[in-house]
Design a protein around this ligand. Sequence first.
Ligand SMILES: Nc1ncnc2c1ncn2[C@@H]1O[C@H](COP(=O)(O)OP(=O)(O)O)[C@@H](O)[C@H]1O
Ligand SMILES: N[C@@H](CCC(=O)OP(=O)(O)O)C(=O)O
Length: 256
Amino acid sequence: MYEKRIVVKVGTNVMINKDNRIVQPILKRLVDQIAELYEQNIMTVLVSSGSANAGLEILGESEIENKSIRRQVYSAIGQPRMMRYYYSIFHDYGMRCAQVLATKRDFNPGEHRKNMINCYEGLMSEGVIPIANEDDAVSVTHSMFSDNDELASLIAELIHADMLIILTDIDGFYTGHPDNDDSELLPEVKVDQNVEQYIEETDKGETSGRGGMASKLKIAKNTAAKNIPTYIANGKKDRIILDIVEGKDVGTRIVE
Ligand SMILES: Nc1ncnc2c1ncn2[C@@H]1O[C@H](COP(=O)(O)OP(=O)(O)O)[C@@H](O)[C@H]1O
Ligand SMILES: N[C@@H](CCC(=O)OP(=O)(O)O)C(=O)O
């Protein structure tokens, strides 16, 4: 029915400014590209982080000491705020979107997985853009994904996507920390290429992911090994999704 189906994951750091506030024009630019792809008969599943950050914006610093409960509370408050943004932007484009929250066990073989497939296929067959996130309000310890990169990878596999695009706050995968002058962007990484030594630790705020670049690369390699080309690219760049779909030389492509 659609010429292609793609999964686009957008990390918290893509959508916030230096004061950790969600920047609506960034969300609009993402939706703009998804709408353009839709016109070309390419269906996108959007995996969007941001709910914890959106919750923090509403609640402010919380008195809850337990980090895990704090995350549940922030996300439960922030998720409807994220969906309100997306709903309104898609509506402006005459498009419809839907929220699909999941925990890791929804991907286990059997009935849960089948329900998940039915939900995605049903939405896509109606021309509705699924917007996925981890169900942080109920997803604690055992049922947690490593982060939304893992969720995006599982969805890409589930719907037999033609590509997975992981949008982050840097241009792709580098031969060292992106802030180092001598680090270079790698346009392509093969699944069996040993590039793990280039990864450097980073310490980001509590409302963004748990994984870091190490888990991002591992997930990207696993997805590419399943014959789904995977891209790590800068979500703050204009037309980045369109450029990748058009085969332009942007970001890092991870291939089999
Ligand atoms: N070799 C590397 N190439 C690119 N980024 C790296 C590398 N090593 C560490 N990083 C860091 O990884 C970050 C991206 O991972 P992460 O913070 O988990 O992103 P996100 O929050 O978008 O999921 C970059 O901002 C960068 O600081
Ligand atoms: N599910 C969480 C985000 C988890 C996550 O992976 O975050 P990120 O590394 O910013 O993509 C949220 O919506 O706040």
